[in-house]
Design a protein around this ligand. Structure first.
Ligand code: NDP
Ligand code: HEM
Length: 501
């Protein structure tokens, strides 16, 4: 009988592996008596439970993810020496995490928000993280404004409520946000599923080939499921019906073996073009028009495996743009350079010093670093040297084989906006999107979504600013339609340009 039971169910143990005598009862004095402090199993259960959560991500808290692979479909060795991209047909395992930005861990999936699109490639030269979004641009272009931007999106200090007033206040005082806000307020701000949206690096990165030649690149992961969005009304209805709709949809699609696929298309700019391009190519609020730099298809990403344990594999996943492998480097994008610090720092706080040793974050190659100790260290190199240089066979860096990605920089230290390019302008690309890319239905939905959003709790003075200094600058027709929707007079005497790059 007992043998038979052991075959069906293992015996419960404590976390130290010691068999326990009851799954249901505390140790007490007599059947109704007081509980004993010596019941260390009960104490372990309670104490472990009290520590089940790690802090949620300060942004992108609600998300989901899956495993899969990336397959190279074109020869890209003329542009990058990255080993995982060096052979057509080569496959690299990966993890992706999708997320919303502003909501908390339990918030609804289908709210209006950008979506995170974070990929960890487990390559043969270490982990490469591409931590992007489902939009090709961002709200601000300087890391110094990111915290303020996020504060305007999250809950207010006094009442702990989110505030449309704060959002439009910040946006309308930050004209560089216009391009991203136009996309956010369009139906692309409410994707139908995570499978039906694109992902973008948004930032420009550097690729370096085996000869040391450098290129500026942008990544576009194009959904092979096709773009599909919810209207505002559909998204709101789904928020009520199933707040976990996106999470459920992705999991079920993979369960059914309906594996989602994205094509990776690259925009590639010769290194020298950046200096003379008509606007700053490293400005995160702008795209590179396709006619200037057409996309080149180089590979595909397939998601074919659900996580087995959500907490261990998704909640504790730690993506960081600073994880770049040889052949890939950063660009002078000020936001990207800020992000290179921010993510590892937040992981050390959110998960712990040795977060890179967790299976989901660990590379599939051997690690030979000189870091040691710290809370919860699991991996070690025995008694190997822990300092460099050393005479005892410790790891040695190879600057010839792995030169630092670089570009020439000089100048006085200052705090300023980008100033060097002729056609830098905050509104022109948002205007092009409105005028030349959107259909009339897209434009109608955009206007309705903006008006609906600004109508909720936004002060008149801020409404007027968004109409005159913001939407009218993106496009006069858009400004007029938003003004009409809000019942406002256009006020051309207000400053028409809020200036700057
Ligand atoms: P193109 O006409 O060559 O490209 C327009 C692109 O816009 C499309 O390829 C598509 O890219 C994307 N798009 C289509 N419909 C919508 C929509 N309703 N909302 C948002 N994006 C849409 O022109 P340009 O390259 O000169 O770009 C014009 C404008 O298009 C830009 O100012 C930008 O707002 C937007 N855009 C441009 C992208 C780029 O990398 N050049 C990327 C995405 C948008 P996709 O398949 O990537 O969605
Ligand atoms: C998550 C900071 C800009 C995409 C995060 C997190 C921080 C952060 C602290 C939480 C990470 C965690 O706890 O695991 C910043 C800073 C930025 C910035 C300081 C600007 C200076 C951006 C931009 C993008 C982006 C421009 C996209 C192009 C993401 C994504 C996540 C994330 C996708 C979620 C990663 C995951 O799924 O775990 N960011 N961010 N961020 N950020 Fe940013």
């Amino acid at each position: 009988m007992s043998d038979q039971r052991e075959q069906q169910n293992p015996i419960t143990t404590t976390d130290a592996g010691i068999p326990v005598s009851s799954d249901e009862y505390s140790a007490t004095v007599g059947p109704d008596g007081p509980t004993l402090l010596q019941d260390s199993y009960l104490i372990e259960k309670m104490a472990q439970f009290n520590r089940e959560r790690v802090p949620e991500r300060v942004v992108h808290a609600k998300g989901t993810g899956a495993f899969g692979y990336f397959e190279v479909t074109e020869d890209v060795t003329q542009w990058t020496r990255a080993a995982f991209l060096n052979t057509v047909g080569k496959r690299t395992p990966l993890l992706i995490r999708f997320s919303t930005v502003a909501g908390e861990l339990g918030s609804a999936d289908t709210v209006r928000d950008p979506r995170g699109f974070a990929i960890k490639f487990y390559t043969e030269e270490g982990n490469y993280d591409m931590v992007g979004n489902n939009t090709p641009v961002f709200f601000v272009r300087d890391a110094s404004k990111f915290q303020d931007f996020i504060h305007s999106q999250k809950r207010m200090p006094g009442d702990d409520l989110r505030s449309n007033n704060a959002q439009w206040d910040f946006w309308s005082l930050s004209p560089e946000s216009a391009h991203q806000v136009t996309i956010l307020m369009s139906d692309r701000g409410t994707p139908r599923t995570l499978r039906h949206m694109n992902g973008y690096s948004s930032h420009t990165y550097m690729w370096i080939n085996a000869k040391g030649e450098r290129f500026w690149v942008k990544y576009h992961f194009k959904t092979e499921q096709g773009i599909a969005n919810f209207t505002n009304a559909e998204a709101k209805a789904m928020t009520a019906e199933d707040p976990d709709y996106h999470r459920r949809d992705l999991r079920e699609a993979i369960q059914k073996k309906d594996y989602p696929v994205w094509r990776l298309e690259m925009q590639i700019m010769p290194f020298e073009d950046a200096a003379t391009y008509r606007f700053n190519p490293f400005d995160l609020t702008k795209v590179w028009p396709h006619k200037d730099y057409p996309t080149i298809s180089i590979g595909r990403m397939v998601l074919d495996r659900n996580p087995e344990n959500f907490f261990a594999q998704i909640e504790q996943a730690a993506f960081e743009p600073s994880n770049m492998v040889p052949g890939i480097g950063p660009s002078p994008d000020k936001m990207l350079l800020g992000r290179l610090f921010s993510y590892a720092d937040t992981h050390r706080y959110r998960i712990g010093t040795n977060y890179k040793q967790l299976p989901v974050n660990a590379p599939e190659v051997e690690v030979h670093s000189y870091s040691k100790d710290g809370s919860m260290r699991y991996r070690h190199n025995g008694n190997q040297p822990v300092y460099a240089p050393n005479s005892y066979g410790g790891p040695q860096a190879d600057p010839q084989r792995y030169p630092e990605p670089s570009w020439f920089a000089s100048g006085e230290i200052m705090r300023s906006a980008y100033t060097l390019h002729a056609e830098d302008n905050d509104f022109v690309q948002a205007g092009n999107l409105y005028r030349h890319v959107m259909t009339e239905t897209d434009r109608e939905h955009l206007v309705d979504n903006i008006v609906g959003h600004i109508s909720q709790g936004v002060e008149r003075v801020i409404q007027e600013r968004t109409v005159n200094n913001y939407w009218s600058q993106v496009d006069p027709d858009l400004g007029a339609r938003v003004a009409k929707g809000l019942g406002l007079e256009l006020r051309p005497e207000l400053p028409t340009s809020v200036g700057g790059v």
